[in-house]
Design a protein around this ligand. Structure first.
Ligand code: PA5
Length: 446
C-alpha cells in the first residue's frame, strides 16, 4: 500500500487553503471515477484494471516465456509513453549487473516457472528509437552481431519519427541476419490504424493492440509496457494486480485524506503558494528511471494553458553532491517529493569492523547500507525543510512488482485529479505537435 507523509509540507501552507481544497479534490476524484471530466474518453487505463483481461496477460506471459527460450536480446523500439514505463520497471526490478547468479527468476508458482527453469533466463532488454542518433543505432546493431535478437516495435500512432526511422534500419538488419526475421518481430500499435498495421499485414508480424482509450503516458500496464517487462522475466501479473488493488482501494473508500488525493491537493496548494517546481527524489538508484516515467506523466498531463508544476527528478544521495546546494539555498520555488521504499533490499551490505580504523568509519560497523541511506534521507528531509523546501514522502513497502504497480496507479490517479484541480484536460498533449510541425516542414515531409 502507498502511504504519504506530509509533515514537512504542511508548515509551508495555510491550513485553510488545504481545507478549502477538499471539496474540489473530491469532485475531481469523482469526475475521474464517473468519467465526467475533460478527456474522459481517455480513461481506459482505469477500465483495463477494473475489468482485467486475463487472457491477454496469459498471452503476454506465454509469448514472453517462448521468447526467453530463444532470445539473447529483445530490442524495444519506442519513445515517450511507448518506452518510459517499461524502462522504469525494468530498471527497478532487474539486477544492476547481470550474470547467472543474480538474474531474475520467477516465483515457483508462476504459471511458466518451468519454462523459465528449463531454459536460459538471460534475455536482455535493450532500447532504441527513443532519440535520433545514428552512432547509437549503428553501435547498438554492431554489438548485437552473433546474438539471437527479437524486436518489439511500439508506437500507438505508428508515425513517430524516432521509432519509425529506427525500425527501418532494424528491420533491414534483422532481414539480413535471420532467415525467419518476420517471426522475430512483434508490433505493439493501434488496433487497426497506422503504418505499423500496414507493415504487419504485409509481413505477418505478431501484434499486440494498444487500446484507443489509453494515452501513451498511461499505457505501461497495456502490452506497451507489459510485454517488454515480461520478456525480462518479471512477474507482470503481480505488477498489474498491484495497480488494480490500489485502484480498488481508491474507488472503494477514498476521502480527502487518501494519499493520492492528498498528494494532488498538496501539490496544487504548493503551486498556488509560489512553488513552481516539483522534484521527485529517490534514494535508490534503481528508481531513477521511475522518475523519468513520473516526469512525463506529470509534465504532459499538467503543463498546458500556462500552468502546472515543472516536474524534475533527482537521484540522491548522488545529486546531493551536485544539486544539494541549490536545494538548500537557491530560489525558494522548489517542492520536493521523496519516493521511499521501506523494506531493506535482500542483497544489502553490512559495514565490517576494521581493526586499524584508519578511515574512521568504525562508528558505522554493523550497520547496513539501507540503514545509512535511510539516515541520509531523514537528514535531507530535515535540512531541506529547515532551508525552506516543503517536502512530502511517498512510501512504498518495497521495490517489487506489486508495490511498483501500486505506485504506478497512485501517480496516474493523482495526476488525473491534479489536472482537474488545475482546470486542464490531463489526458491530451496538444503542445507536443508544435515542434513536430516545424521539424517536418524543415525536413520537407510531403
Ligand atoms: O504520451 C504520449 O502520448 C507520448 O509520449 C507518446 O507516447 C509518444 O510520443 C510516442 O507516440 P507513439 O506511441 O504514437 O509512437
Amino acid at each position: 500500500m502507498i502511504r504519504l507523509d506530509d509533515d514537512n509540507a504542511r508548515p509551508f501552507l495555510n491550513d485553510d487553503a488545504l481545507r478549502e481544497l477538499r471539496p474540489s479534490t473530491l469532485d475531481a476524484h469523482r469526475a475521474v471515477l464517473d468519467k465526467t471530466g475533460a478527456g474522459s474518453d481517455l480513461l481506459g487505463w482505469r477500465d483495463l484494471l477494473l475489468e482485467p483481461n486475463d487472457a491477454l496477460l496469459e498471452d503476454i506471459e506465454t509469448t514472453a516465456a517462448q521468447l526467453r527460450r530463444n532470445a539473447d536480446v529483445l530490442l524495444c523500439l519506442g519513445i515517450g509513453g511507448s518506452y518510459l514505463g517499461a524502462r522504469a520497471v525494468l530498471e527497478a526490478l532487474t539486477p544492476y549487473f547481470s550474470d547467472e547468479e543474480t538474474r531474475v527468476a520467477p516465483p515457483d508458482d508462476h504459471p511458466h516457472s518451468e519454462d523459465f527453469q528449463q531454459h536460459d533466463l538471460e534475455t536482455e532488454v535493450l532500447f532504441a528509437g527513443h532519440q535520433m542518433s545514428g552512432p547509437y543505432l549503428r553501435q547498438l546493431l554492431d554489438s548485437l552481431e552473433g546474438r539471437s535478437v527479437y524486436v518489439n516495435v511500439i508506437s500507438k500512432s505508428g508515425t513517430t519519427l524516432e521509432t519509425a526511422l529506427a525500425f527501418r534500419f532494424v528491420r533491414r538488419w534483422m532481414e539480413e541476419h535471420f532467415e525467419a526475421a518476420d517471426d522475430r518481430i512483434i508490433v505493439t500499435t493501434d488496433p487497426s490504424e497506422g503504418a505499423l498495421n500496414e507493415l504487419r499485414a504485409e509481413k505477418g508480424y505478431k501484434k499486440y493492440a494498444i487500446p484507443r482509450d489509453v494515452g501513451g503516458r498511461f499505457s505501461v500496464l497495456t502490452p506497451v509496457g507489459l510485454f517488454p517487462i515480461a520478456a525480462a522475466g518479471i512477474d507482470v501479473r503481480s505488477l498489474f494486480y498491484g495497480a488494480r488493488s490500489e485502484a480498488e482501494r481508491l474507488d472503494a473508500d477514498a476521502d480527502a485524506h487518501s494519499p493520492a488525493l492528498r498528494y494532488a491537493a498538496l501539490r496544487h496548494a504548493l503551486l498556488k503558494a509560489g512553488y513552481d517546481v516539483e522534484v521527485l527524489a529517490s534514494f535508490a538508484p534503481r528508481l531513477g528511471r521511475f522518475g523519468a516515467w513520473w516526469q512525463q506523466l506529470f509534465g504532459e498531463s499538467e503543463g498546458k494553458e500556462g500552468t502546472g508544476l515543472y516536474p524534475s527528478t533527482v537521484q540522491y544521495s548522488t545529486d546531493l553532491h551536485s544539486l544539494g546546494q541549490y536545494m538548500q539555498e537557491g530560489q525558494r520555488l522548489v517542492t520536493e517529493t521523496f519516493l521511499i521504499a521501506d523494506e531493506p533490499p535482500k542483497d544489502d551490505l553490512t559495514v565490517p569492523e576494521d581493526a586499524a580504523n584508519l578511515d574512521g568509519l568504525n562508528y558505522l560497523a554493523g550497520r547496513s547500507y539501507h540503514h545509512i541511506n535511510r539516515r541520509a534521507y531523514e537528514g535531507t528531509a530535515k535540512a531541506h525543510t529547515e532551508g525552506g523546501v516543503p517536502n512530502v514522502t511517498i512510501r512504498m513497502d518495497r521495490i517489487g512488482p506489486e508495490a511498483l504497480g501500486e505506485a504506478i496507479y497512485f501517480f496516474e490517479h493523482a495526476v488525473a485529479v491534479s489536472g482537474y484541480l488545475l482546470g486542464v484536460n490531463p489526458f491530451d498533449q496538444p503542445g507536443v505537435e508544435a515542434y513536430k510541425t516545424a521539424m517536418f516542414d524543415l525536413l520537407g515531409r510531403p
